[in-house]
Design a protein around this ligand. Sequence first.
Ligand SMILES: C[S@@+](CC[C@H](N)C(=O)[O-])C[C@H]1O[C@@H](n2cnc3c(N)ncnc32)[C@H](O)[C@@H]1O
Length: 396
Amino acid sequence: MTVLRTGVSSRTPLKTRSSASLTSVRPTSPLETPETAGQPSWLNTILKGDCVAALEKLPAKSVDLVFADPPYNLQLGGDLHRPDQSKVDACDDHWDQFASFEAYDAFTRAWLMAVKRVLKKDGSIWVIGSYHNIFRVGAILQDLGFWILNDIVWLKSNPMPNFRGKRFTNAHETMIWAAPSREAKYTFNYDALKTFNDDLQMRSDWQLPLCTGSERLKDEDGQKVHPTQKPESLLYRVLTASSKPGDVVLDPFFGTGTTGAVAKRLGRNFVGVEREEAYIEAARKRIDAIEAGSGASLDMQKGKRAEPRIPFGSLLETGLLAPGTELTCPKGKHQAVVRADGSLISGSHSGSIHKVGALVQGAEACNGWTFWHINDNGARNPVDDLRKLLRSRLAE
Ligand SMILES: C[S@@+](CC[C@H](N)C(=O)[O-])C[C@H]1O[C@@H](n2cnc3c(N)ncnc32)[C@H](O)[C@@H]1O
């Protein structure tokens, strides 16, 4: 196995080392800063070889996120032609061919087990596939104890037509998103994604174009470098959804390095594995030409759920509220008194701010933070203002 490190400059020489020299590769990490100087030698590199063997070189629980675009086992039965008799450039490469479904399943099980070892317990994995393989991959993921979180449908806005006219146009691929266990506290940047999507919850159907135009890598003869290069837009969304700046993203089927390219742009680290030298070379050049994202522009939008929880009692502990203070509802109709233990008393009702707020209104539930107000020189302010004040003090 060989380690190839991609550097920030296209002038960085290609390094080819044996697996024994894994730790001795000079760090020219694209994300290197004084803080990252001591990072492992495999970070921001492409490991050359079979992914199951290559992943043995990585420490257990060392990656935060996996994006895997494995061979689809397309089972193409001969050449496919357009109505004008031109040949369709389908993926018929040797790396996509397996003798049987059993052979494909054994391969899938092996690489998923290798990936599970290196994935952190609160990480997550994405696997992209088509109807040829994704159901098999899904079953094996579950057999290995992964917990499926979503299946995302990538709707191709410009799919290839069904030239034979014998089936529906195959206009989507499926991505399974899974955690290593049901208990995993995986990253999901819910608020960032909602903001990204014009304040609408991000759905599981993503309409994105195929990788075409200048994004598609071509060789000197104008031929595609890789038959299945994925669009960067797809990876942009995957990484924005499920990783944080500085995270380590593993792609065990690196191809032309789409995952590494987007990871670098978004200030994430990557590690890729790829068997074919020509793809590694293309990926390295591509990633070297990208400027690494850094700084505050990578900060992610956070919502209320990300804020530290402040119990009502903390307002008393910190002196922001005194026992005996009278609280009222927004219109002053209901009153309650704050007790030293953080409970409220209002007539025959006592309990938390939420419980007493609900009881005085005869309601099922109440948000006591916004219901109860303090009289401040004639103005009524919600106790939530004190919680915000305490939060900002704690953040200092
Ligand atoms: C579907 S392609 C990935 C394309 C990639 N996502 C991109 O955007 O360029 C799968 C890649 O996995 C590589 N591959 C296949 N079997 C492999 C194995 N056992 N270990 C490592 N790489 C492998 C192939 O050479 C191919 O480049």
